[in-house]
Design a protein around this ligand. Structure first.
Ligand SMILES: [Zn+2]
Length: 329
């Protein structure tokens, strides 16, 4: 089944993805006599066909989609947006930070300007760098700059038939991810911030402490009244506070692993990567893994547990204050 209705007025649609993570959920919510679509899928033929079929099953007409909301601008969430905006004429809702990030990625000729210098400093070799660049270039066409009609910062209320959905700024997986919370129904549309059985990849952004921001975002959702969580990948589930605790532990274990790896002596992020991923990774996953290592190192750097020696290749080392377990917050 590609479609269900966990709450009357909220339709959950499963779309196929050609990746190891083989599906993404988009949601349609009744609003002002029409529908608001939350995320769009990848926008490839299989995804668009599945969305067409789901709309027929649910009795949703394209012309009734008046609003499109984006949780964040990764390809599996934003890829269908240009086509769907054209089909529907819908108003677009997205965060200012994701708009700016998308514009940067979409307008750079190849990869973002900071990408290659960053992975080179992290210690990736030249063949890995060109493979990672190629992997990005293969999805490059999915990124088109988008101009929202409603630019969001978190804390806005969007009126729907379910009651108001509050936007919750949850950076970490992406620079300005938004989740949606329905207070009376204790419902969290968590996007990729909270996922079933897996933890989201933490991205790395220049000048930001993305793992620290992710921890703050976890605290932010843990304070909300939530029973049911509807994530973008995986089944709906209950138990947000326990999930948040396990996600924090997961990152603490990763931090401890990196500190233990550094106990042998200074090394680059690339040299540390097998501490967290023992098996060799193909270019697409290597890129995410390397940035995740960098996000953890930045987190440890900000808290004084590691130091960084600048150079053509940055080398990381433990500081005298370093101790393996540090609470994660
Ligand atoms: Zn996703």
């Amino acid at each position: 089944m590609i479609l269900d209705e966990p709450v009357p007025g909220l339709v959950r649609i499963r779309l196929p993805l050609p990746f190891q993570l083989n599906h993404v959920y988009v949601h349609a919510v009744r609003r002002n006599g029409g529908w608001m679509l939350i995320d769009t899928g990848l926008g490839d033929e299989a995804c668009m066909d599945a969305l067409d079929e789901a709309f027929i099953q649910a009795g949703i007409l394209w012309r009734d989609v008046n609003d499109i909301f984006l949780t964040h601008t990764h390809p599996d969430h934003v890829g269908g947006a240009p086509e769907l905006l054209k089909r529907t004429g819908a108003r677009l809702w997205m965060s200012a930070g994701e708009r700016d990030h998308l514009a940067e990625v979409a307008t750079s000729a190849h990869v973002a300007d900071w990408f290659t210098p960053t992975v080179r400093r992290a210690g990736a070799n030249e063949s890995e760098i060109s493979e990672m660049e190629e992997a990005f270039t293969s999805v490059r066409h999915k990124f088109v700059p988008l101009q929202p009609d409603h630019t969001l910062h978190g804390g806005e209320l969007i009126g729907t038939a379910l009651g108001p959905l509050e936007t919750v700024l949850t950076p970490g997986h992406s620079p300005a991810h938004l989740a949606l919370h329905q207070d009376e129904r204790k419902l969290l549309l968590s996007g990729d911030h909270v996922l079933t059985n897996i933890t989201p990849n933490i991205s790395w952004m220049p000048g930001r402490d993305m793992l620290g921001e992710y921890h703050d975002s976890l605290e932010r959702v843990a304070r909300l009244e939530v029973d049911e969580i509807l994530p973008s990948h995986g089944r709906a589930f209950y138990g947000l506070v326990a999930w948040v605790e396990s996600a924090k532990r997961h990152h603490q274990v990763r931090c401890d692993g990196l500190l233990n790896g550094l106990a042998m002596g200074a090394c680059s992020a690339r040299e540390l990567l097998p501490v967290l991923w023992a098996k060799p990774l193909a270019a697409w996953n290597l890129r995410f893994a390397l940035f995740e290592v960098l996000a953890h190192l930045e987190y440890l750097l900000q808290r004084g547990f590691v130091a960084k020696k600048e150079g053509d290749i940055e080398r990381w080392q433990v500081t005298p204050h370093s101790r393996p377990t540090h609470g994660g917050g």
